[in-house]
Design a protein around this ligand. Sequence first.
Ligand code: ZN
Ligand code: ZN
Length: 476
Amino acid sequence: MPFRSRALAALGLFALAGPALLAQPLPEPVRAIDDRAARYAALADRIWSFAEVGYQEVQSSQALQEELRAAGFTVEAGVGGMPTAFVASYGRGKPVIGILGEFDALPGLSQRAVPTREAIAEGGPGHGCGHHLFGTASAAAAIAVKEWLGKAGRSGTVKFYGTPAEEGGGGKIYLIRAGSFADVDAVVAWHPGDINQVTKATTLANITAKFRFRGVSAHAAAAPEQGRSSLDGVEAMNTMVNLLREHVPQETRIHYIITSGGKAPNVVPDFAETYYYARHSDMRVLDGIWERIVNASKGAALGTGTDVAMEIVNAVYNVLPNDHLAEVAERALRQVGGYQYTPDETRFAETIRRSLTGPLPALESVGTIQAAEVGVSSGSTDVGDVSWVIPTVQVTTATWVPGTPAHSWQAVAAGGMSIGHKGMLVAAKSMALTAIELLTTPSHLVEARAEFEARLGGFEYQNRIGDRAPPLDYRR
Ligand SMILES: [Zn+2]
Ligand SMILES: [Zn+2]
């Protein structure tokens, strides 16, 4: 127990800590999630069919707000300067448990709920990351916790966070900046996936920015000496960064695209733009790498006689794990358990798997709980920022056919039918049970906080987006 605190020992709380609740049958409000399975499936299906991308999730946000309001929550909408962000609260006093919900779709992944590639609207958006399930399961969990609080007659508050634009828009960072998490003791979240598992892993911190070069246009043949090419600036920067790759830690990831490179070859372009992502599993390391990328942009501008300006679009921290909370959540997930496929679902899954490559986990794995994930998971999420502010735990459940990668049409397909719904219910019940355990045994919160402080080691979180407004138009 490396993170057990002196404060906890002083409070004499060791004896209280433990899986007291988890050894028992599921509490009635958690079982009630199954009674409402059809209702939650219908809600998830609606959000799946809206398929609204980041900061445009008007109907999706509204549907979740209505569900929570109808269940007795107080809803504050339009939080942090984001029209689709909201916080739904129930209860009074401490402890305060936050539950994260997401609901944005991805561009270009339109797909019917069938096991072969078939778009609803070619090139249209689709729920390739399962955030329609994410929002719905989290709302179901919050409602169960609310019912439990009402029955138990205890002090305690549950807050559902409607967090828009996870896919590159960083909604949670603006909610943190607005102070929405100030009174929260622990945050419970999940993510759709192809296995059932609690995560103790970190993710990749990710800084994303557009570098805009401005030069002087001129006739490219008649007066090239009068021009200064903004595209030269972009190319010089990209060349320098490609040389830099050799001299950064191995696990760094840097990717860029050229979003504007001029309009015609016979006009020296006076405007060009390149869009960068840089990632590493520790924001403190990434900060240093990022500074060198910014310096490359300045060197490129100097050498090409152009000017450069940078706009940070989004910047998320790596996740700060919390083993204590993960162990509470893992006991809850094991108590809830996995699920089985019907013969129809098996046929659907087998057809999907013909389109997947690589070693595929057994289909039956949806019925089991894997050992907790450790190490580094290769994605990036704005849950990372939340985890550096409040002790946070995340669960993954099998909403997709085993072997399915995120951001794929196969994920959209399974997420739009009963396989997605079943995985979603596992997540909802596990999160509800985890939150109830934290409310029942507050010593968990003391231990989680002690571990959190130890991992921070005095580091003070500061967002990397500065004072910019939420990029509400980043998908337009
Ligand atoms: Zn995603
Ligand atoms: Zn996602």
